[in-house]
Design a binder for this molecule. Structure first.
Ligand code: TNX
Length: 555
């Protein structure tokens, strides 16, 4: 209860005042460790205390964000947190979610505390959601406790739910703040995906790039072509380590795919958290599981099995009209499931040997009057791009889609270094920086691999991620720089057999990624980041995230 209610006003002396949020002078240390770091922070010198009768007041436009915030506050504090319309507010101290038009940037917000309220003001739902996330980070980390996680030392009963008085103004550096999750090489359960999305959203990540198909598995139900999931989602075993394609495997069958009703639910869940899901359907390469299911889509008389090994396979879709029609059917269902305006068609690592050796494909190249196999790949992608345009979608592809000529309007993910981004932006195409040199989170996290789980190799410690410069220096002085629309971290799961290992590889590198995506690059400071990270990791502890604890070498 606020102090004012416990001390009745003295008649004739004090005028009754409306109940207030208790404010005390604050100790000089400022515990809140906001991550990603906001643009502008002005700390006050008092502490604001929440109480069981603090309410949430929300404009209609932000009701879903208010409900999400209430859920988190309820499970953290055990208090009721009613969500009221502005007209019903009365005199109670409140967290107020207000829709305003005086915030010009998308996803931006203001957060201000005063004696009566904590004001979260935004112009769009994403801004309101992020204001709520920042508010949660101003509270003790135990606000993130989940009922199912055993109470640790941080979640002492009787936690004082206080936050420093503050005025924050905040907005993102990039509009594309992505994480790729590979659910083709490994299958993760839907419940885990939800938890993962929630945690990404806490980092103000707004795109989950969902890699759903590959040589080793097809994980999305397609109603018109049911064998894709029924056959393509199963493999008899997996690779054990870095051994060659014909080395022995682990003998453990893998299966699993996402039903369309599960996907719809997940998409809605993600959207409520400000996260768009970008589906990726790989073509013309990384297509082996699909070709196992429907051998007529391939280039060889003997159909291949769903692969049980990693590496570049060279199994390609053929380019017959029937195959393209089949892929259009697939994309039509995918486009209907995912409301995001972008759809990813892969395009990477399509080694062209099968097309070179296949007389039918060679005849097709001549018939279309094309130069070579690279041009055929561009033609192929162009066919898909035309179809996606007719469905109101924009095509995204890996930087190999540049090779035979970029199709109009394509967005390029630059992964083989930064050249793809430079080429795309210079040619007037949007691009997302995914450079494998520092944004591949399947690389090891320490120079000493023996202390780490088996990874694909390489070394991408936390500091290297943090020090990534998303904009290539060559583009910085040019007008094309605005084509670099964002940054993305990649979680290829070839060497992440369990979700525990996935979390270990993802965090805290995603925390560093979050600052690349959101924070003013001029405010970047690794020492300050690691200080804030230490407290931020307690938030992850509360949610049972199995992150890799930073060690001395990371400091
Ligand atoms: C390359 S990046 C791939 C993936 C692998 C990854 C391993 C890209 C577009 N393709 O298929 O899993 O390397 O780091």
């Amino acid at each position: 209860m606020p102090l004012e209610r416990r001390t009745p006003p003295k008649p004739g002396v004090d005028k009754p005042r409306p109940p207030q949020l208790l404010q005390q002078t604050m100790p000089s240390t400022r515990p809140a460790s906001l991550l990603p770091l906001p643009r502008k922070i002005e700390w006050g010198n008092t502490l604001v205390t929440l109480s069981p009768d603090t309410v949430i007041v929300a404009d209609d436009a932000f009701l879903p964000q208010a409900e999400l915030l209430a859920c988190r506050l309820r499970s953290g504090t055990g208090w009721p947190w009613p969500v009221l319309a502005p007209g019903l507010r009365g005199e109670a101290p409140a967290i107020v979610l207000r829709h305003t038009t005086d915030i010009p940037r998308p996803e931006a917000y203001r957060l201000e505390t005063n004696a009566r309220e904590i004001l979260l003001a935004a112009a769009d739902p994403a801004g309101a959601f992020y204001a709520g996330q920042t508010l949660l980070q101003l509270l003790p980390p135990a606000i993130f406790c989940q009922p199912r996680v055993p109470v640790g030392t941080w979640a002492a009963p009787g936690t004082a739910w206080t936050l420093p008085a503050v005025a924050i103004e905040d907005w993102p550096e990039f509009r594309w703040r992505g994480v790729l999750l590979d659910s083709a090489r490994r299958f993760q359960p839907v419940a885990w995906l939800k938890k993962f999305i929630e945690v990404l959203a806490q980092h103000k990540i707004n795109v989950l790039h969902w890699h759903l198909t590959d040589d080793q598995g097809w994980r999305i139900e397609i109603k018109k072509h049911p064998r894709l999931a029924a056959v393509g989602s199963r493999r008899p075993e997996s690779w054990r380590d870095h051994l060659a394609l014909n080395a022995p495997g682990d003998g453990r069958p893998v299966e699993g795919f996402y039903r369309q009703d599960e996907i719809r639910e997940l998409v809605a869940f993600a959207l409520a958290h400000g996260v768009n899901i970008l589906p990726e359907i790989e073509m013309p390469g990384h297509a082996q599981a699909a070709i196992t299911a429907y051998p007529e889509l391939g280039c060889t008389p003997v159909p291949p099995p769903v692969s049980t090994r990693l590496g570049v396979h060279g199994t390609l879709f053929n380019t017959r009209p029937k195959t393209l029609a089949f892929l259009r059917d697939v994309l039509a269902e995918v486009a209907d499931l995912f409301p995001f305006e972008y759809l990813h068609i892969g395009g990477d690592e399509a080694v062209k040997d099968q097309w070179k050796n296949d007389p039918a494909t060679q005849a097709r190249i001549r018939e279309l009057g094309l130069r070579d196999e690279d041009a055929l790949q561009s033609w192929f992608i162009g066919q898909m791009s035309d179809f996606l345009s007719s469905r109101g979608k924009k095509l995204v592809g890996w930087d190999e889609i540049i090779e035979g000529g970029l199709v109009p309007g394509a967005t390029v993910m630059s992964w083989r270094g930064r050249e793809g981004a430079i080429h795309a932006a210079t040619a007037g195409h949007d691009t997302v920086m995914c450079d494998s040199a520092s944004l591949y989170f399947d690389f090891g996290q320490s120079p000493d691999p023996l202390t780490e789980p088996l990874s694909i190799g390489g070394c991408t410690p936390l500091r290297k991620v943090y020090e990534t410069c998303p904009i290539p220096a060559e583009l910085e002085p040019t007008a094309t720089v605005h084509h670099v629309i964002g940054v993305q971290g990649q979680l290829w799961t070839g060497y992440m057999p369990t979700t525990d290992i996935l979390e270990y590889m993802a965090f805290p590198r995603v925390c560093a990624l979050a600052e690349l995506c959101w924070t003013d690059p001029k405010a970047k400071d690794y020492a300050d980041f690691t200080r804030r990270l230490a407290r931020h990791l307690k938030r992850l502890d509360c949610q049972g995230i199995r992150y890799r604890p930073p060690n001395d070498q990371d400091m």
